[in-house]
Design a protein around this ligand. Sequence first.
Ligand code: GAP
Length: 479
Amino acid sequence: MATDQNKFQAIISHCKEYGFIFPSSEIYDGLSAVYDYGQYGAELKKNVRDYWWRSMTQMHDNIVGIDAAIFMHPTVWKASGHVDNFSDPMIDNKDSKKRYRVDHLIEGYADTLPEAEKDAVIAAMENYLKENDYAGLKAFIEEKKIACAVSGTVNWTDIRQFNLMFSTEFGAVAAENEGDNKVYLRPETAQGIFVNFLNVQKTGRMKIPFGIAQVGKAFRNEIVARQFVFRMREFEQMEMQFFIRPGTQQEWYAYWKEERMKWHKSLGLKPEHLQFHDHAKLAHYADAAVDIEYNFPIGFKEVEGIHSRTDFDLSQHQKFSGKKLQYFDPEINQNYVPYVIETSIGLDRCCFMVLSEAYEEQEVGTAEKPDTRVVLKFPPKLAPIKLAVFPLTKKDGLPEIAKHLIAECKKNFYCYYEEKDSIGKRYRRQDAIGTPFCVTVDHQTIEDGTVTVRHRDSMEQERIPLTAVKEMVMKAMMD
Ligand code: GAP
């Protein structure tokens, strides 16, 4: 797998230096696998979230959005299978006491091998996992002499399952009634949709096929949490459950697979940076599952999962709650528990994908005057700031014209005003946060009402009427 650790580290540093993403509680040395979004990161994340939300709800007249609570009745997680099955196989090194997720340990080892050998190792691992053959998998690790990175030994414990859900206590009487008040922080947003299936179907008079979308926080006690915002303990998911008639799942699975791939391409990602990856080991709820993977600097990795979840969740909630979760289909005159196709994408991973695609270090000078720049080539619809406006000087009425332009535009999109330093330095700062357009107001503006627009990606400059700036930016944001 071609990885580019330097680029990966450069993106992490850039995110911190330019106000995109900070380690959480940094003044206390951070909290492992938890991150805070800064002023530009929060805008970027919001733009990605809004774009997804609009693509799902506004653009589909049979999909509506909800916002369910993070805390749910504890029986939800029993019914969904998460209490019993939401775990990862882990292994501990007896010498270093370091714990690894088995698939990560083997994948790390495979990455050091030539391509053909690597594929064979991954295929063997997937087979053991599919068969739940943990004794075989441990023997395989020993046979391949896969060592702990810390102790360097192959002295491993047996492979065991660890549940990934965080739990906490509800109410003030936690200590006395230990166990009774245990609630979980949701490990996926999907269950909030399932338990509201009937509420939404009835109040929205929804007819199958229809979808319910949701964006929200999810929590997983990832044992090996590293790789920046790729694997976090607190993260955000954007999920959609599409309720369908039983027997139509193959057709809708194929439909959503293609639809979601189209959505990723609409983010301006190069097609060769995206691929499908079928799951070898299906989650406890799925009869088919595929990932959309992006070629991150750390290699091709999952960004989104598309799962055919059958009627597993609704049937389980029907059983555990004793409430009927069925739909009367007037077209076939039948009651049934709907089947579900799920699309589930991590918002943080999606932002990391957009950042990875956008990040470029460029030589932009001449032989006489070498120069470099770091530019984030965000699509205008996702860029935190859409337009920067610079008066050439701080006098002669130029700041007033620049501020007036911002006042005209800021109702429609995010603008930035700056009058400090040379225009060149101001361009560089905007390149580094991915602002697609910079406009300079100069003395010619006073004479003929035109301004210089500088385009981020080509660095080309052109003069356009001051009155045409707003429309130019709005048009670019529609692409
Ligand atoms: N409801 C189905 C579900 O949760 P998943 O494949 O476990 O499926 C869906 O998660 C998506 O959530 C993943 O494709 C990924 O983008 C994101 N995700 C999962 N765990 C994550 C983590 N620890 N940190 C960041 N994103 C995560």
